[in-house]
Every structure is written in C-alpha cells, then in structure tokens.
Design a protein around this ligand. Structure first.
Ligand SMILES: *Cc1c(COP(=O)(O)O)cnc(C)c1O
Length: 376
C-alpha cells in the first residue's frame, strides 16, 4: 500500500471552481479595532450598509426565546417564515422561497438552476460583485456591460446587443449597489419581453427607495425573480437570511436544489419577529430618507467632491483627484469605516461608498470630508 501525494487529488477538482475570484468584503469593526488599536465601541461602521440602529428589540427577544429550540430542526422549507412573508409581500406561498446564508445563498441557487459550463450571464456594471463570482463557480461566463457613464443608468441597447443564445440570466440590482439608482418598470418589461433570459432583480435595498418595488412584475412574467434580504433595512445581517419572490415553477425547482433546513431556527424566529415590528422598519427607513438629501447636498456644496443621488441607505462619492484608497485611509484614521469601490468593475479608483448612519454619524462624515478636502 502507498499513500498518494496531494498532487494526485488536486486534479480531481472541477476547473470552474479554480477560476472563482475572491469576494472582497468590508472589514468588521473588531478587525479594524485590532489593526489600528481603536476601542471597538467608538468605531463608526459605514462600509457594509448594515442598519446603524442595531437589531430590533423584537428580533433579539425572539432569538433568545427560540434558543430553547436550538436542538430541534426547523421545518425543511421555513413554512412559518414563508407564511409571514406572504403577509409582508402580498404574494402566495408558492411564490416565496427563503434560504440562508443570506440572499447570497439564493444567488448561488439561481445560478445552479440555470447556469452550466459555457453559459453566459449578463451583468451591467458597476454592481454587486457576487453575481459573477457565483456564476463562475458553476462554469458560467460573466459578460459585463457598462452602465451609462453620466448617471449609471442601464444602457438597454448595449444589453440587447450583448445577449446571445447562451445568455441565461441578466443580473439587475435596484436600487443598485454601489451607485444607488433604480431601474424603472418599463425598462424591465422591455428586457423581459425582448430577451429570452431570466431577469434577476436584486431588491436588497428596496425599503429605502421612494420609487417602490418592481415585484408586481412577477405576476405578469414567467422570467422575473425578485431577491430580498433581512441584512439591511431589517437589521439582521448576522442572521444570514434572504428570500425570493418568483414564479411558481422557479420556486418549485429551487426547493428541489436548496439544502433542506436552509433557514435556522434562530434566523427564522428573528425574521418573523422583525416583520411584525413595523415601527422598527419605519424608524430606520425614515431616518435614511430624511438624512440622505441633507448629507448628499452638503458634501457636494461644502467639499470639493461630488456625491451622487441615491435611493438607498448608501451613496457614492467621487473623491477625484484623490483616490478611494486615500479617502478610506483618512476616514479610518478618524475612526470611520467606509468602502472603496475599487473592487467593483467599471467604476475606477476614485469612488467610495458610504452607508447613511445616524444624524451624529453623518455629521462626522461631513466634517471628515471637509478636512480631507482641505488638507488634500
Ligand atoms: C447586501 C446585499 C445582498 C445580500 O446580502 P445577504 O447578506 O447575503 O442577504 C444582496 N445584494 C446586494 C446588492 C447587497 O448589497
């Protein structure tokens, strides 16, 4: 008998998996506190679009109570959560599927359902990077199509001319991360009818938008999927839970390929509780909606930098002639975590993304931009 070397087994790996690029996450408060010697309590975290109000009291109490059931499996398809989501979304049970970890798990499942070796997925950029990373793991080929340079709106003609017979999914995000703008229903209808592809519309930030959801289109089209998450407006990023609103045929296929018990007992309890705590959602959303125009206008008026309009709980700032890296470092020295956009396709090296925080946090953001502008 001879033990074989590692090299013998390396060749067993699927080639597609070796091509998967790394996702670049925003750093956590404790990572930064350790690196810079800060007190973690004083670090202002505005780099991952989390809810600055913290988790709702209702979901914290629900997790504590559910801990007693932590030894038991939940229902395999998160039945109670899907029922709560029926009430929240107005869609029927058969149109809803929930899963963890996060909406990211459902992005994977949708790619797994539609994308195989050599299939193409169209991705207007800049946008959330995980759509492409996930598709590559299933052998897919991301085809990046630039958004219009002036305002990051969709270039519909460019998308249409990039569609081929191999196009399976068009990944859309509204409000878009990181640019903050939304897509209108007419554009979605046009793409749904003119292409033979599945349209995935990521509505991770829809609660912060004044323009409403595109979800009603799921009732009209068999090729539209809406993605949602509990990580942002609902304040449960750590619970890792997302859901989709989709045509029945897609939900039923996804339920076959998702792992059973994909929503933990704790995450399900937290989510059901926060769905009932409408005051929490309302407080967070109205804080963002009232702070957003002030902060964006003040940065553009009082600093040398251009802040872009946004329908989300974050916005981008072009810090030219400084680089995003320089801005991120300067903010870090001042105890504020913001996100460089240089890991996103097609946005260059001079743009940062900032989560909208509490009024006190936003004051500090404005002051820090002012001093960054005056010393640079
Ligand atoms: C945060 C985010 C998600 C999902 O996050 P999960 O925490 O995995 O639910 C999806 N899309 C966009 C655009 C996001 O910013």
């Amino acid at each position: 008998l001879t033990k074989k070397t590692k090299e013998t087994y390396l060749s067993l790996r699927k080639e597609a998996v070796l091509n998967v690029p790394k996702y670049v996450p925003g750093k956590t408060t404790s990572q930064i506190a350790e690196e810079y010697g800060f007190n973690p309590e004083t670090v202002i975290k505005l780099n991952s679009n989390e809810n600055p109000l913290g988790a709702s009291g209702a979901s914290i109490r629900a997790i504590q109570k559910a801990a007693q059931n932590a030894s038991l499996y939940p229902t395999a398809d998160a039945t109670d959560l899907r029922k709560a989501l029926m009430k929240h979304t107005g869609f029927s049970f058969e149109n809803i599927v929930a899963s963890g970890p996060g909406m990211d798990s459902l992005i994977d499942a949708v790619n797994q359902l539609f994308v195989g070796a050599g299939d193409e997925v169209l991705i207007p950029v800049p946008t959330f990077t995980y759509y492409g990373i996930s598709a590559i793991g299933f052998g897919g080929v991301p085809v990046y199509v630039n958004l219009n340079e002036a305002d990051y709106s969709l270039d519909v003609d460019k998308i249409l001319s990039a569609v081929t017979e191999k196009t399976k999914i068009i990944w859309l995000c509204s409000p878009n991360n990181p640019t903050g703008n939304v897509i209108d229903a007419e554009t979605i209808r046009f793409l749904a009818e003119e292409t033979g592809a599945i349209l995935f519309i990521d509505e991770a930030y829809v609660d912060f938008s004044t323009k409403g959801s595109l979800s009603a289109l799921v009732n009209e089209y068999e090729n539209i999927i809406i993605g949602r998450t509990f990580s942002k407006a609902f304040g449960l990023a750590g619970a890792r839970l997302g859901y989709l609103i989709a045509p029945e045929w897609i939900v039923s296929d996804l339920l076959r390929i998702l792992p059973p018990f994909a929503v933990s007992v704790l995450a399900e309890a937290a989510a059901i509780a926060v769905l009932e705590d409408t005051d929490y959602l309302e407080a967070g959303v109205s804080m963002v909606q009232s702070q957003r125009p002030l902060l964006i206008e003040n940065i553009s008026k009082k600093t040398p930098y251009r802040a872009y309009p946004s329908e989300s709980n974050f916005f981008i700032v072009d810090v030219s002639p400084q680089t995003a890296r320089e801005a991120v470092d300067y903010f870090l020295k001042n105890g504020i975590l913001i996100r460089s956009c240089d890991s996103f396709e097609n946005i260059g090296k001079n743009t940062v993304r900032i989560t909208i925080g509490t009024p006190e946090m936003n004051q500090k953001v404005l002051k820090t931009f002012e001093t960054f502008g005056s010393i640079s």
